[in-house]
Design a protein around this ligand. Structure first.
Ligand SMILES: [Zn+2]
Length: 146
């Protein structure tokens, strides 16, 4: 199966934020919305109703935990949660801090195209470290793996 989300953790070490019990957390390569993260299940699942109750609750707790960490760090007006999967069915949550002064506020992030904001590997790593800290995770282990 040629699923980009199944390969994302291995293929983009510079974007790694955290390995959680049910999901991997990475930065989105486009940081037009600062702090934009992708949280995706470690195994290839496509629908919430395919998960056992326990696993679904675990995933939803991780969604909530990451959203709270992003909120603490970025102080946005709102966290956006998007779970679509039309192009990449592997369950992945777009978790996006939104601010009232962002150019697309209050519309959805995909309402019109924007120029991607790509960062250096060092900048991705420092953003990831800040998010890990906000999650209450140790930084040394993750950085050692990069
Ligand atoms: Zn997959």
């Amino acid at each position: 199966m040629n699923c980009p989300m199944c390969q994302r953790w291995q293929q983009h070490p510079e974007l790694r934020v955290a390995e959680l019990e049910h999901c991997y957390l990475t930065l989105h390569h486009d940081q037009f919305f600062p702090g934009y993260c992708l949280l995706f299940t470690r195994q290839h699942y496509t629908e919430l109703f395919h998960l056992s109750v326990d696993r679904r609750q675990g995933v939803m707790e991780e969604v909530s935990r990451v959203a709270e960490a992003l909120f603490r760090l970025y102080r946005p007006a709102k966290i956006n949660y998007e779970l679509l999967g039309n192009m990449v069915p592997h369950m992945h949550w777009h978790l996006v801090p939104r601010h009232r002064d962002d150019p697309l506020w209050p519309r959805p992030i995909w309402c019109e195209p924007h120029t991607e904001v790509l960062c250096s590997a060092a900048d991705y790593r420092s953003t990831a470290a800040a998010i890990r800290q906000s999650l209450g995770l140790e930084n040394s282990d993750q950085e050692g793996n990069l």
